[in-house]
Design a protein. Structure first.
Length: 500
């Protein structure tokens, strides 16, 4: 049994951390509101509000009493879960303590100011409008990385904000392998003479698409008591286990894009909602990191939402919402949902194969920007050249090219590799879930998702940050992190679809 001194030291540390966590959650709501609901004129006040919250949470994290609380807890006799909590708070403290509060506040304010600039630049197809504030953000993030560890490349330091335990070398190894093995597969698909069904060519009303998105969330088991669906320029999910919101966007010529984006964001939300309620405000009630978070969204989007059993289940709903699809079969819809595009410029609309070339492109460009090897004004040209090299297409506009993603306006440099890491992990997790659940395909086709929800909650969500990323993967799957399952999945699936 823990001593009174142990209980007191741990409880004091956790109480301090809970205050920080609540401030950060409040800042998240303000950020959601800025992207979804806030009137355009609200930016000056919102920038100041978010800056103040960022500065306050940073000050609370790095204050002298927090260091004392950490040291007292670290010297106590802790349980395994308590030790994990202290480990995670220590990791945050050690990084934050090296960064001046003024810099944290300035980064927060600049990202708030950058969001409407990015929106305008994208709408007007004018990268030069965005370039100056992008330069400011790069300077600020380089300074931030330099404070944390000036002995290492700044991009490596920034990457650890999003994936602290796998290491940038692991990300590079995974991305290199995907590039080496997917490019030949993509080429084979491009040379195939198989005609993939295209039943969703045409125009589909945005209101009907929204109704269908809500149908999909109902079907998959979204908890509307703790969530909501809205639209945003770039789909995202945010929140806590008590309030996990999703957003999507609608293109009347691409109904599958909205549907898959909605299912993707549902995957994020179901992870957030699966975190233990009684650990709210503690690292045990927070998601592991963005690689694991992305594994949940990619699992639901690709392994469920693009599967033949799902389309056997869901096609009747599609036909209810859209006219002119009476003769479409579940096989037709499955093929359309998995068509490999040779002309897709947009990452969030990309298929499972070419998606990773989008990530490689962004990874290379943002690392070169952060490391000072690429000037901001060169980004459109380099972006287009790499699109040509990796995907064989060139954007005609920057809106469809280097301005399409929101992440740089958030100052999120080092984020993009987690998309591919998450996709790879999704395949590994799904393989383990499939082995553990009897007739998972039959469950999906029948609209029975409880077993999959339960497996993911038990093996991933319920642990919060109890384990490091490698340890969580081993706990869930019994194996070390590997790209084998994703590449096997991709080869088998697309080999069958395109008769390779």
């Amino acid at each position: 049994m823990a001593s009174d001194a142990t209980v007191d030291a741990y409880d004091e540390l956790l109480e301090r951390y809970e205050r920080i966590s609540n401030i950060q959650s409040a800042a998240g709501v303000l950020s959601w509101d800025q992207e979804v609901m806030m009137p355009d004129g609200g930016t000056p006040a919102r920038s100041a509000q978010r800056s103040a919250l960022s500065a306050t949470s940073h000050e609370l994290l790095v204050e002298e009493d927090m260091e004392g609380a950490l040291e007292a807890a670290e010297s106590a006799d802790l349980s395994g879960e308590q030790a994990a909590v202290v480990r995670e708070i220590r990791r945050q403290y050690d990084r934050a303590a090296r960064v001046p509060t003024d810099l944290v506040a300035e980064i927060s304010q600049t990202t708030s100011e950058a969001l409407p600039v990015w929106k305008e630049a994208k709408a007007e197809d004018d990268f030069e409008t965005f370039a100056p504030i992008l330069e400011d953000l790069l300077d600020l993030k380089r300074e931030y990385a330099d404070h944390i560890d000036s002995s290492r490349p700044p991009y490596e330091v920034l990457f650890e904000d999003y994936e602290p335990y796998l290491g940038l070398d692991t990300a590079e190894r995974i991305l290199d392998r995907l590039r080496e093995e997917l490019v030949p597969l993509i080429d084979e698909v491009g040379e195939s003479d198989v005609e993939i069904a295209r039943p969703f060519d045409g125009t589909f009303d945005a209101d009907a698409q929204e109704a269908l998105a809500r149908d999909a969330l109902d079907t998959l088991g979204y908890d509307w008591e703790r969530g909501r669906l809205d639209t945003a320029p770039h789909p995202f999910s945010t929140g806590t286990q008590f309030d996990a919101r999703v957003t999507t966007r609608f293109d009347e010529e691409d109904p599958l894009g909205a549907l898959t984006s909605t299912i993707h964001e549902f995957g994020h939300a179901t992870y957030t909602l699966g975190l233990p309620d009684d650990e709210y405000g503690s690292p045990l009630g927070e998601s592991r990191n963005l690689s694991v978070h992305e594994s949940q969204s990619r699992l639901w989007e690709n392994h469920v939402g693009r599967s033949q059993p799902f389309w056997s289940l869901f096609l009747p709903k599609v036909k209810e919402r859209f006219s002119g699809l009476d003769d479409v079969t579940a096989r037709d819809a499955y093929e359309a949902a998995n068509r490999v595009y040779d002309d897709n410029l947009i990452r969030v609309e990309a298929d499972e194969l070419t998606y990773h070339m989008h990530i490689v492109l962004r990874f290379e460009i943002e690392r070169a920007l952060i490391e000072g090897d690429l000037d901001v004004r060169e980004v459109p040209q380099v972006w287009n050249d790499k699109m040509d090299e990796y995907l064989g297409i060139r954007p005609e506009t920057d809106a469809d090219g280097c301005l399409q993603d929101i992440h740089w306006s958030h100052g999120s440099f080092g984020y993009f590799p987690t998309y591919s890491l998450g996709s790879v992990l999704a395949a590994q997790l799904y393989e383990s879930a499939d082995a553990a659940i009897d007739d998972l395909d039959d469950d999906i086709e029948s609209g029975e998702f409880d077993a999959l929800h339960d497996w993911l909650t038990t093996n991933v969500h319920s642990h919060g940050q109890r384990y490091t990323t490698p340890d969580l993967i081993e706990e869930a799957t019994g194996e070390a992190f590997t790209a084998d399952y994703f590449l096997d999945h991709a080869t088998a699936k697309y080999g069958a679809l395109y008769d390779l």
